[in-house]
Ligand binder design. Sequence first.
Ligand code: NAD
Length: 296
Amino acid sequence: MSVRYPACVSTTRIAQCIDGRALAAEVKALLAVRVAELAALGRFVRLDVLLSGGNEAGGVYAKNQASMCAELGIEYRMHAVQADASESQVLQRIYELNADDAVTAIMVHLPLPSGVSTQRVQACISVEKDVEGVNPANIGGVIYGRRTLVPCTALATMRMIESTGVELRGADVVCVGASTIVGRPVAVLLMEAQATVLSTNVHTRDLAGRTRMADVVITAAGVPDLLTGDMIKPGAVVVDVGINRIIDPETGSKKTVGDVHVDSVLPVAGYLSPVPGGVGPMTVAMLLRNTVAAAD
Ligand code: NAD
C-alpha cells in the first residue's frame, strides 16, 4: 500500500509514501478474523506482559497494547514488576508464565530493574511464546529463514519494503545500523530474499558512496538527518526506522523525527516511509501478528 506525500516540495517528482498506519490496519483486520476463528475452535489468544515500576514510556505503550488487543479479541494481562526486583524474582515470573498453558504469548517491556540482565531474562522466555522474537533460539531461526517469531521491527521493515513491490532478488540493499534487534535481523531477512546486502555502522567509511549505489536503503541508526537526498539513488526505496525526539527549531516544542532528511530525500527516492506513521505502527502490528502466530 502506498499513498502520495503531500506536495510539500516544489519538484516534479515526489517519493511515494509507504504508509505504515494503513498497512498495519490491513494486518490487524486479518488478525481479528483469525482470532475469531481460533476462538470458535476453543483456542484462545492471550498476551502477558511484564512491566517494571517507573517505566513511564513502557506504561503508555502497554496501555496502547491493551486497547489494541481488546480490538482484536486477544486477552491482555499486565504483570507489574517492582522497580527494585531482583533477577531471580523476574525469572520466577517468566517461569510461571512459561508453565501456564492459558498464556500463549509473553513480552517483557524494557528497561528491566537495574541489575537484572535483559539477555538472561529474554533467553528464559519460552521459545514458543516469545512474541518479540528476542530469545536466541528465535533469532537463530531467522538465520535459517524461519519467519515464525521474528523480531517485530525487522519483520515490519521487510513488510514495508515488500509492499512497494520492489524486486529484492539481486537488489543492492544498504542497512544503516547493525543492532541486534533491528539492523542485523533485517540484513539476514534480506539475504534470505536473495538481495545483496551491505551492513553498515558508525565506523563505516564513505557511507554516502555506499547508500548512493543502493536500490533499497534501511536506516536504523537513531541519528536525525543522517540520510540526505545526495546519498540516495534516484527511485530507491527508503525505509526509516529511526525514532528521535528533537526540539523543533521553528516551534520550540518537542517532535519525533526519523533518520531521514525528508525535504532532500523526497524529491529523489521512489518510496519513503514517514516518521511517525511508518515502521512504528507496523512494528506494533507485527507484535500482534506474532502473538496470534504463537497461539495458532
Ligand atoms: P542502537 O543504538 O542499538 O544501534 C544503532 C546502530 O546504528 C549501531 O549499529 C551504530 O553503529 C549505527 N550508527 C550510529 N550512528 C551511525 C552513523 N552515523 N552512520 C552509520 N551507522 C550509525 O539502536 P537501535 O536499537 O537499533 O535503534 C536505532 C533507531 O531505531 C533508534 O532511533 C530507535 O529509536 C529506532 N527504533 C525504532 C523502532 C520502531 O518500532 N520504529 C524499533 C526499534 C528501534
